[in-house]
Design a protein around this ligand. Sequence first.
Ligand SMILES: Nc1nc2c(ncn2[C@@H]2O[C@H](COP(=O)(O)OP(=O)(O)O)[C@@H](O)[C@H]2O)c(=O)[nH]1
Ligand SMILES: [Mg+2]
Length: 298
Amino acid sequence: MGVKDILKRVFTKEKKIVILGLDSSGKTTLVSFLQNGTFIEHTPTMGKELSTVDVSGVRINLMDMGGQKDFRDLWLGEVAHAECVIFMIDAYARERFNEAKDELWKLAPILKRTPLIVLANKYDLQPVAQPSEIIAALNLTKLPSFEILPISCKTGYGIVKAFMKIYYKLTGKPLAKRISPKAITIFDQGGIPLTSSSNEDILQGGLFAAINSFVKESFHSELNQLKMSGNVIILKRSKHLMGSIVISDQDNIDPKEAEEGLNELLCHLEHMCPELAREQLDTGKIEYLVEQYASNIL
Ligand SMILES: Nc1nc2c(ncn2[C@@H]2O[C@H](COP(=O)(O)OP(=O)(O)O)[C@@H](O)[C@H]2O)c(=O)[nH]1
Ligand SMILES: [Mg+2]
């Protein structure tokens, strides 16, 4: 499963989700990442503290806190009916941790009966606060229960994983058997691997790309799935790149899901690397982006 699908799996239509946090913590960006599968820069909407959006049929209420506004009368009722409280914090903005703590603690009466999930955002920036630092700064251990999950709404780091944990916290059941792909490799259009190939599975991906090029040249047709020595190798092309994903034959995963995830990764890379259109290739950047996004696949 990919980023665009995760909300639908975790929440049903009837279940209310409320995401709160200081302005600029990344709430709107998270929603847009879930909608588009990638990061879209947008100008923060000033003075619009409350908004409701629909993502894959799931309704999300977003709420900006702080700035002396007291929302309690306005929204406490809404929040009280939520299945869980998602509190977002900019893990890079240490100077606002105190303010974030004050706002979070206004929710303390609700948190006695509603689980709290803290999303520590902006993990693509350095030096970002580690979860232990945020736990201390927000005094989280004094609350009845909490879960803190690091994410980045820019690179996609940890997003699917965070929602799978939220599901587990809410239901006590794991969302799905989660199997990590044995290898994800990105190639240029000619089949040259761009991400490092340190183990044989990745080389198999490379071999597959070579076979694929051969098939394309000889038969003018596209090969997109291959079974080889206990592995399924899936290949997908985007405008300027190719990607392959290797999964074990025994893992019992629907290759369609893996393909969907791979497709989202390629779209994200194309979107984050506009230089590809100018035939410029920054291998280090692609490697970093793949590493950050990889856990969202499957
Ligand atoms: N580097 C980085 N910037 C982010 C991230 N998430 C959001 N931003 C940026 O932070 C700013 C505020 O984000 P926004 O979604 O408007 O915050 P909101 O006020 O909580 O809705 C925007 O400029 C975003 O592009 C992230 O994970 N990493
Ligand atoms: Mg916003």
